[in-house]
Write a protein that binds this ligand. Structure first.
Ligand code: ADP
Length: 249
């Protein structure tokens, strides 16, 4: 009963490359509808945690409970079907297809996996695609070839493609990397919007502290493969170990 409200529970994850512990006994919890940011310097192990969460890497040991089902070590397509979506890890965009065609194709693919018997009607698929486009503010660009979008808009499209599978948890690797200040602000608003609209749970990694403090309900700080600190943005800001090791204050 103490676990009610928990969406994701990561327990004692280790990932060794040979004898090197890239992730060394990492645990954290994320509640329904929460935004959790994982921060830490380069080499801290953030990407490896994401790869383990999405099934792209098998953990050496540990458990990953999604709604109390241990998904650790499952293959990426299985993990995606169980409800963990990931944007930005690999680009799923078809550059010569239009923005709408990209989203339609993602909704079709998701639909094949989840509604085996009846399938959604063509009309519902289109409605869902249009809903996703409006959520990520790309309605006006629906007829553009996806490859012609700006960097920020391509990333918004990648989020729409990830949302097409109706994930319970969305993983966002460095969502604002390479973005202008304007695009960064748009992305912060986009993440807020999808969390509010879909009741989504989000785990993100991010270097930009303004983005982290603007979005995260809770923060996990990693250093050298381990958890250095965890807490609310307020607690992390005031944590002396974090200030010394990471924020450079
Ligand atoms: P971060 O994303 O926080 O920058 P990473 O998870 O990418 O950190 O890397 C953590 C550590 O693991 C680094 O020291 C990195 O060099 C090492 N590492 C990552 N991937 C591999 C790999 N495939 N083989 C060997 N070492 C790796």
């Amino acid at each position: 009963p103490s676990d009610s409200g928990l969406r994701l529970k990561v327990e004692h994850i280790k990932k060794y490359f040979g004898t090197f512990p890239a992730v060394d006994d990492v645990s954290f919890e994320v509640r329904h509808g929460e935004v959790m940011a994982i921060i830490g310097p380069n080499g801290a192990g953030k990407t490896t945690v994401f790869n383990v969460l999405s099934g792209h890497m098998k953990p050496t040991s540990g458990h990953i409970y999604l709604d109390n089902v241990d998904i650790a070590g499952q293959k990426p397509h299985k993990v995606a079907r169980l409800g963990i979506g990931r944007a930005f890890q690999t680009t799923n965009i078809f550059p010569s297809l239009t923005v709408l065609e990209n989203v339609l194709s993602a909704v079709h693919t998701a639909n094949r996996h989840t509604y085996r018997v009846w399938g959604l009607s063509e009309r519902s698929v289109r409605k869902e695609a249009e809903h996703l486009l409006s959520l990520v503010n790309l309605t006006e660009h629906h007829g553009f070839p996806a490859g012609a979008l700006s960097h920020g808009d391509q990333r918004a499209l990648e989020i729409a493609l990830a949302l097409a599978t109706s994930p319970k948890v969305l993983l966002l690797d460095e969502p604002t990397a390479g973005m202008s200040p304007y695009e960064t602000q748009q992305t912060v608003e986009l993440v807020r919007r999808i969390v509010a609209a879909q009741g989504l749970t989000v785990v993100l990694s991010e270097h930009d502290m303004e983005v982290v403090f603007g979005l995260a309900d809770r923060i996990t700080v990693m250093e050298a493969g381990r958890v250095l600190a965890r807490g609310t943005p307020q607690e992390i800001r005031e944590n002396p170990a974090v200030q010394r090791a990471y924020l450079g204050e």
